[in-house]
Write a protein that binds this ligand. Structure first.
Ligand SMILES: C[S@@+](CC[C@H](N)C(=O)[O-])C[C@H]1O[C@@H](n2cnc3c(N)ncnc32)[C@H](O)[C@@H]1O
Length: 278
């Protein structure tokens, strides 16, 4: 196979899965639960910022636009971008369905090269984007460029400390001897399929470091969800059981807060260092 730009595989992946990203928020799987909670946490943080009416916001890697329209519904002037043309189309449809299409500017763009002026927005959100970027620092630097000094970034990463990293041989160094079996299974499963998009997990400390290097000061942090409950990269449990296990782990984490470090998605809210001019 010839060496191609990794973004091509990522865009193909999301072009094929745009319906999934439109529908998953309304589902009842453990994924649906985690994505809903991820968005709700991010929106609660947005609300706490008490941004002035008409404040501008940018949703990077907007997917099917569920977060985009929530921001627009709060009276913000929203721009949204995604590198997958199908995702941009889905996001436009989502905004049309909510009667908000006229208030959102959609653009197909790469997070590493944002077509927006420097210091032009008070808030950038990027949910679920970082795991798909081979050079996440480039994107975070771009977000720092477009957000005004004193402005905010809310982003998420897939937690490299999440629970299945301890139990799944495809994730855990200590279980590495089982990996050849896993790879053989994967080759068999993907025979004839499209090139697969690469995907990255980050430790919270790596995310903080990225943010600081770009000129952000991390302020709030959380993890949401547990799981995915996989073995050899495959889902072990039915949706119902995954949700029940997630609920039990959530209850356990109430009593043992250290367990939260092993949540699925890591969220952080960070402020751009520097004073607002004017
Ligand atoms: C996991 S989805 C999350 C979508 C949405 N933010 C959400 O939370 O529902 C990741 C999104 O990032 C987009 N994406 C991946 N690489 C990108 C890049 N380099 N620039 C902009 N968007 C990108 C994908 O097309 C996809 O829509």
């Amino acid at each position: 196979m010839t060496e191609t730009n990794p973004q091509v595989a990522v865009d193909e992946h999301f072009d094929r899965r745009s319906d999934y990203w439109r529908d998953v928020y309304g589902g009842d799987s453990a994924e649906s639960l985690a994505y809903r909670e991820r968005m709700e946490t991010a929106l609660a943080w947005v609300d706490q910022l008490n941004l002035p009416a008409g404040a501008s916001a940018l949703d990077v890697g907007c997917g099917a636009g569920l977060m985009t329209v929530e921001l627009a519904a709060r009276g913000m002037r929203v721009s949204a971008c995604d590198s997958s043309p199908e995702m941009v189309r889905q996001a436009q449809q989502t905004a049309e369905a909510r009667g908000l299409a006229a208030t959102v500017q959609f653009v197909r763009a790469d997070a590493g090269e944002l077509p927006f002026r420097s210091a032009s927005t008070g808030l950038v959100v990027a949910l679920g984007l970082i795991p798909w970027l081979p050079e996440p620092q480039r994107a975070v630097n771009e977000m720092a460029r477009v957000v005004e000094p004193g402005g905010w970034l809310i982003l998420t990463a897939d937690n490299a400390l999440r629970l299945n990293v301890l139990t799944d041989p495809s994730e855990n160094q200590l279980l590495a001897p089982l990996r050849p079996v896993y790879r053989a299974l994967e080759r068999w499963r993907r025979h004839g399929a499209h090139a697969t998009a690469r995907y990255y997990r980050h430790r919270p400390s790596q995310v903080r470091q990225m943010l600081r290097a770009a000129g952000f000061q991390p302020k709030l942090e959380a993890t949401v969800g547990f799981g995915p409950f996989t073995f050899m990269g495959r889902h072990l449990l039915s949706d119902k059981r995954s949700v029940a296990l997630t609920r039990r782990l959530e209850a356990l984490a109430e009593r043992h807060p250290r367990l939260r470090r092993h949540g699925w998605h890591f969220l952080v809210s960070a402020q751009r260092v520097g004073e607002r001019s004017g």
